[in-house]
Ligand binder design. Structure first.
Ligand SMILES: [Zn+2]
Length: 449
């Protein structure tokens, strides 16, 4: 189902015209109302009259997260306090929190773009939506909540944590759609398994998961363990929250960007030059309709590529590929750029492993060391323990050794670095309680203070 077909299936030329009109208005508003941005535009030698349409976008300077921090809390807002209805903020674990504001118009757009995502992912009016995104300063919970209501769904504001209760509510209320982070979807699926509930007994049909990068391996695990068709929903609080882009259930291949509100470019991370379709770079977004916190060419740090080809679902909205990682999450190990999701994808090729892992990076002398802790699947672990019990220790030992070698080879072949793999018994690594999971321990940073 398409929530707003007149926009979502719009012809490209008409869309560019709409985007150009909105861009012109955005640049004038920002220039007029946000002194910090006016200074930056003046410094870049750009006047609002220089921007006639989307083709002039490249003339505008990028806005970065540091600009939000430097003007903390409300310095980039284009509206007076009295015109705001809501504030959200990031957790601020790495410095000052990033603060975002919404007018009533912004909240209406937020609800609509989330409704488009829910409809794209298989949601329908009248279905019951179990929303296990966190409610609070984080944009996920309230954004999806509004989207569900805008689509006409029955929303259960479960929020995160208390997984046993989540399972009970999903079963008792007959939830058809689940929304949460991908790692929490796996935690919920494990609780179902623990309670002896088979995937075919679970009422869920669809899952919209996001707020952290995930892989096809995780998708297979979520689909089979919950009996759903899961799709990605992408967003970031600086732009609006969830609903910036979403996968359609028909293709599940790239996320359609809500381009009438969010103008997307992919640029070279080093030079800032705009890249052609299919080439990987940093996603940069200009908010075309945001009133409280309009952002020009916001540097998201997320690595992706764009695909303008037609989609079988009927939407004409451009798709972005699965986010490979954030430039912020990228590790440099012995000079090689490594994203945790690349390791995850490599481990996914080894059948004997479960989709839980942790990366430990350390330095011995001047050499970076990468250790990958990976959990064995429950089936393989059971096989090995029964071998040990029946004293077929040699075979169990051989099996473990070959799994470890397979994992090390998969990482070397797919990521291009050597790593030491440590196999763990099932359930050893910490599980998501609904928030974003912590998969990297970089001891080098601790040593450097
Ligand atoms: Zn599609």
């Amino acid at each position: 189902m398409i929530f707003e077909p007149e926009i979502e299936t719009m012809e490209h030329e008409a869309l560019v015209e709409l985007q150009s009109a909105r861009l012109r208005e955005l640049v004038s508003t920002v220039y007029e109302r946000v002194p910090y941005q006016r200074e930056r535009l003046d410094a870049a030698g750009v006047k609002p009259s220089d921007i006639r349409g989307v083709s002039d976008l490249w003339k505008l300077p990028f806005t970065r997260k540091s600009d939000l921090r430097d003007t903390y809390p409300f310095g980039l807002f284009a509206k007076e306090r009295g015109e705001l209805l809501r504030i959200h903020a990031s957790s601020g674990t790495t410095g000052k929190p990033t603060v975002v504001g919404y007018t009533s118009g912004d909240l209406e757009v937020f609800g609509k773009v989330c409704a488009r995502a829910l409809a794209g992912g298989g949601g329908r009016p009248g279905m019951l939506l179990h929303n296990a995104y966190g409610y609070g300063l984080f944009t996920g919970g309230l954004g999806i909540h509004q989207g569900g209501e805008a689509l006409g769904m029955i929303v259960v504001p479960a929020s995160t944590g208390m997984t046993e209760r989540q399972v009970k509510l999903i079963m008792d209320f007959g939830a058809e759609v689940l929304c949460c982070t991908p790692s929490y979807a796996l935690t919920i699926s494990r609780e179902f398994a623990k309670q002896g509930i088979e995937p075919c007994e679970i009422p869920l049909q669809h899952a919209l998961v996001g707020a952290e990068p995930w892989t096809e391996t995780m998708r297979e695990e979520i689909d089979s363990s919950l009996g759903v068709k899961s799709v990605n929903i992408y967003g970031l609080s600086e732009i609006i929250g969830p609903g910036v882009s979403f996968e359609c259930v028909e293709e599940r291949h790239g996320s359609h960007i809500n381009e009438d509100h969010f103008l997307a470019e992919v640029v070279d991370p080093d030079t800032g030059e705009v890249l052609p379709d299919g080439e990987e770079g940093v996603l940069v977004i200009t908010t075309l309709t945001k009133e409280a916190l309009p952002l020009i060419r916001y540097w998201t740090s997320d690595i992706t590529s764009l695909d303008h080809s037609r989609c079988s679902c009927g939407r004409t909205l451009t798709r972005m590929t699965g986010v490979k990682g954030r430039t912020d999450d990228m590790l440099i190990i012995r000079g090689v750029n490594v994203y945790p999701t690349q390791i995850e994808a490599a481990l996914g090729r080894v059948g004997a492993l479960a989709p839980y892992y942790r990366l430990l990076v350390d330095r011995s002398g001047t050499l970076d060391q990468l250790e990958v802790e990976a959990e064995l699947s429950k089936e393989v672990f059971a096989e090995i323990t029964s071998d040990f019990l029946s004293e077929e220790i040699v075979e169990a030992d051989q099996l473990l050794r070959s799994v470890k070698e397979d994992a090390q080879r998969a990482i070397r072949d797919n990521v291009g670095i050597s790593a030491r793999v440590t196999l763990l018994e099932p359930d050893r690594l910490p599980r998501s309680e609904g928030g974003k999971s912590q998969r990297v321990v970089d001891k080098r940073k601790v040593l450097a203070g």
